[in-house]
Ligand binder design. Structure first.
Ligand SMILES: [Zn+2]
Length: 211
């Protein structure tokens, strides 16, 4: 069931007290697991595309305590879904101007980007990723470097080390994404990813936001 945002947004804004920060990358959990969003008109007019977004949000609501509220206008701290001619991308965690840019409208991509908005970095950016995958950094151009750098543990909203490294995470690139060679350390075998969040993805989301 789709929920409308109405006045509850005021409570969130006064409750979180977060000011827009500098360009420094930070990662914050959404207050009380309540997320407000706005779907731009070009997506909203296309039933197939908007229903894919609703499908993803509904599944996340079903499996966790997260609640999504749809707003009819853009406001600070409201996640804006927009179509993009070139890229799929999303901001990380709670911030003043959160956005999901969609070039592909596959449910796989929408899950991936929405998980970013919920505060989940790529699995292959875990501090211990070099123990599990070999990335040929020579393949990584400056424009995509940020997607392959190793984060420190402060960037994770959950204790990453409590979970086994997850090649099947919705947040793991497959081998040769952006033409970058990335294979399993032990075997050199290519990484094939899932179309849906893995069992561990859901467990982590439930650890952060409740299940
Ligand atoms: Zn990503």
């Amino acid at each position: 069931m789709k929920k409308i945002c109405l006045l509850i947004i005021v409570l969130i804004l006064t409750g979180c007290g977060i000011e827009e920060e500098s360009t420094k990358l930070t990662n914050k959990k959404w207050v009380d697991g309540k997320i407000f969003y706005y779907i731009s008109p070009e997506i909203k007019q296309n039933k197939t595309l908007r229903d894919r977004i609703y499908f993803v949000l509904d599944e996340i609501e079903d499996k966790t305590s997260i609640e999504f509220y749809e707003c009819d206008e853009k406001k600070p701290y409201v996640v804006v879904f927009i179509a993009d001619e070139k890229i799929n991308s999303a901001t990380l965690g709670m911030c003043k101007n959160p956005v999901v840019r969609l070039n592909s409208f596959s449910t796989k991509i929408i899950f991936h980007e929405v998980f970013h908005v919920l505060g989940f970095p790529h699995e292959h950016q875990r501090p211990d990723r070099d123990d599990y995958v070999t990335v040929n950094m020579e393949d990584v151009s400056p424009t995509i470097r940020g997607d392959f750098e190793i984060y420190n543990e402060d960037m994770f909203l959950y204790d990453y080390w409590k979970y086994p490294y997850d090649y099947k995470s919705i947040l793991h690139y497959k081998s040769n994404t952006y033409g970058v060679s990335m294979v399993k350390v032990s075997t050199g075998v290519e990484i094939i990813t899932n179309n849906r969040p893995s069992v561990l993805d859901w467990k982590k989301l439930q650890e952060v936001y409740g299940g």
